[in-house]
Structures are given as C-alpha cells and as structure tokens.
Design a protein around this ligand. Structure first.
Ligand SMILES: Cc1cc2nc3c(=O)[nH]c(=O)nc-3n(C[C@H](O)[C@H](O)[C@H](O)COP(=O)(O)O)c2cc1C
Length: 382
C-alpha cells in the first residue's frame, strides 16, 4: 500500500487480527479517564460533541457511537458533520492511547442494523510505542483549539518544510499564494453573509451561541462568543443581530456583504490553506475525513501553528447537491453556493464537484477563549 493512500486505511487494513483480539484488554479506569479527556477535546461542528462511549457486549472493547440529532443545522445533512466529529474524536483517542502505551484497532460499523455504532475500539498493551512524536501529538491534542484570529502572513522555513512534508506524504492539496488565499477566503466567508440573508442560516449560528463565561461553563457545548474573536463593537452588535427581523433588514441593505469581506480578509491572513478531501461519499468516508483533518491539525500544532477549519461552504454545497427539492435556500443563494464552492475547488485544482474541508494554518497569538467539553462518563468501567 502506498504511504500516501490515507491515514485511516492503514489502521483499518491492519485492523483486528485474531491475535490482536486475543491479546486485547481494556486499559485501567485511570488510563481510560485520561484517554477520554483527550478524545473529548476533538473539534466538532458548533462544539456539539456528538459522541458516546460504552463497553461493548464482548467486554473486550469500547463502542463509540454517534448521538443522532446532536446537530440539526443544514450543515449536518444525514449526520455527515457528526460522523466527521467522530473521526476527529477517534484520532485523539488513538493519540492518547498510544501515549499510555496502548495500540488501538478499530472495527468499523460492526452492526449492519445500527449505523450510529461507528466502531468498536480494541486495545493492546505495547511498551514499544513510546516516542517523542507520540508525546508531542498527545500534548497537541490537549492544546489544540480553533483559532479565529488574524494570522501572521508567513511561516518560517523549518515549520513550512515540516508541514509541506506531511502534506505531500498524504497527497493533500494546498494553496500559499496570497491572491489565491484571498479568493478562497472570500468564498469560505459566504456562509457568514448568508446569516443575514437566510433565516435558517441565521438560526444555525444564533440559536447555538453561548454568550457568557457562566453559560459556557454550565452548558459546555455550543459556539462560545468569546472564541469568535469579534472586534469589540461587532461583539456588542451581536446582541442586536440575534433578532432575525433586524438581521434581515441589515442583510437587505448589504450588511452581509461587508461581513463577508471583513471575515474573508481575516481568513486570508493565514499563509497556507489545505484541502482535506472526502474520499468516499458514505458514513465511513466522513469518519475518515474527520480523522485525517485531526491528524493534520495535530501535526500543525506540534509545529506551533494555529488552525481554523471551514466546513460551512463545502457542506452547504453538498446539501444542495444531495437535496434537489430543498426549500431552505433561494434560487439566488443556491447559485451563489454552487458558484463559490466550484470556484474554490478550481483554485485548489480539484474537480468542481469535490467535497472536503479546508483548514487554514499559521502562526497566531493564542485564542482569546477556549470551548469547554462535557465529560465522558466512566461509570461503566469496572
Ligand atoms: C466538521 C466541522 C466543521 C467546522 N466548521 C467550522 C467553520 O466553518 N468555521 C469555524 O470557525 N469553525 C468550524 N469548526 C470548528 C468548531 O466550531 C470547533 O471545533 C468547536 O466549536 C470546538 O472548538 P475547538 O475547536 O476550539 O475545540 C468546524 C468543526 C468541525 C468538526
């Protein structure tokens, strides 16, 4: 198998030899607690954390399931965004397990009657896993957070080389040219405009915003306002924007376009944009996409870089392609979404109808705030 094929298929293809199952053993409660802590730090759309962990009936493995309905925005058509989040979760899970000397193997979709049971995870103790890179990735999984700030415009030679080595090892496409970054960023900022022009898009942000530190600590889910890195006056105005009749009037006088321009200019500051493709249009494909996204993101964090992923435009594009008679978007918005996504794909040099995620990476000051997580209960472990 070519090293470039993809990360997850390596894991999947080597999955679950009889020997591995025979040797497999659940780590102690203390270690599982640490692993769950890191796994739960994975990114998920709107920080919805759509995962659940239980002991499998065989009591030799853990069952990781998707909690359906966690994310009801149009971005999450047929739970695709939640399957991506399970993929990011599994990458963190693996990184943490490795750091505690456990190899893991996934047995994907073991129950044909239950698409929400994504995988069983088997563990084997192995003291040959220790390495500096394993430890760096573990620390990166703990430290990673979405950074929506303005980034420094360039990378130093060493970080750039290390990042490009990784990107080429996994055959990913990327863009560094400033003009092209500006184009991509403007397309990616289209959903930011649509929240002033479409009621459902407006709700998909404002219904899930977490406004205060207190609310954030008690809910531990949703989009925390402080992580949006909004300039002071805009942050104050958000309280007004949350009322759809007002947002809609602003949208009609072109305010959404101002937002699209401003946000696009901020996004474009990052020196590199990477496209992570959906390789198979099925549940497994989305899990794999999330796993690959997180693998790249963690690598970047080990190099001291910040990241922000964009799922909005690509997934609105997918929504429109999949549901021919959708009634969420006007004809004008449908053409704008299709046009923006296909033009963006062209800039990356990929097929016009490709779907994937875009990750922007670069150096930046630390984020102003972090999103909390709900704890994964451990009660089931004896
Ligand atoms: C599939 C997916 C799509 C996402 N899309 C966006 C996006 O379009 N814009 C953005 O700023 N963040 C996006 N995020 C990041 C989440 O909002 C973020 O991971 C979550 O709020 C938790 O915060 P953290 O990453 O700081 O831990 C996305 C995350 C995932 C997994």
């Amino acid at each position: 198998m070519k090293a470039t094929e993809d990360l997850l298929s390596k894991t999947v293809k080597s999955h679950l030899s009889d020997d591995f199952v025979l040797k497999s053993i659940l780590p102690s409660k203390e270690i599982l607690k640490e692993i769950f802590l890191v796994a739960a730090k994975a990114p998920s759309g709107h920080n919805f954390q759509p995962w659940q962990v239980e002991v499998s009936a065989d009591r030799k493995s853990l069952a990781v399931s998707l909690v359906p309905g966690s994310d009801q925005t149009p971005y999450n058509y047929k739970e695709s965004g939640s399957y991506i989040a399970i993929g990011t979760f599994l990458k963190n899970f693996e990184v943490a397990a490795n750091n505690f000397d456990y190899q893991v193997r996934f047995s994907f979709f073991p129950d044909p009657q239950n698409d929400f049971l994504v995988t069983k995870v088997f563990f084997c103790y192995s003291d040959s896993l220790k390495s500096d890179e394993v430890n760096r990735l573990y620390k990166a999984a703990l430290a990673r957070a979405t950074n929506r700030r303005i980034y420094e415009n360039s990378l130093d030679k060493n970080s750039r080389e290390a990042l490009l080595n990784y990107i080429s090892e996994f055959n990913l496409l990327f863009v560094e040219n400033f003009n092209l970054r500006q184009k991509i960023s403007r397309y990616l900022a289209l959903p930011d405009r649509l929240m002033f022009e479409n009621k459902i898009m407006h709700g998909s942000i404002f219904d899930h915003l977490v406004w205060t530190k207190e609310e954030e600590i008690s809910k531990r889910k949703g989009l925390y306002l402080e992580t949006m890195e909004l300039p002071g006056p805009v942050k104050a105005l958000f309280k007004v924007f949350k009322f759809w009749p007002i947002a809609s009037i602003l949208g009609k006088i072109g305010f959404g376009r101002v937002v699209q321009n401003d946000n696009g200019a901020n996004y474009a500051s990052a020196p590199i944009f990477v496209f992570i493709p959906l390789k198979q249009n099925n549940f497994f494909g989305f899990v794999e996409l999330g796993y690959n996204l997180e693998a790249l993101w963690l690598k970047a964090v080990t190099l001291g870089l910040s990241g922000q992923v964009f799922g909005g435009l690509p997934f609105l594009f997918r929504y429109i392609k999949e549901i021919k008679d959708q009634d969420v978007f006007s004809t004008k918005h449908v053409s704008e979404i299709i046009w923006s996504a296909t033009e963006m794909n062209k800039v990356f040099g990929i097929k016009e109808d490709s779907v994937g995620l875009v990750l922007r990476l670069g150096f930046a000051k630390s984020p102003s705030a972090w999103s909390s997580r709900t704890e994964i209960p451990l009660g089931f472990v004896e």
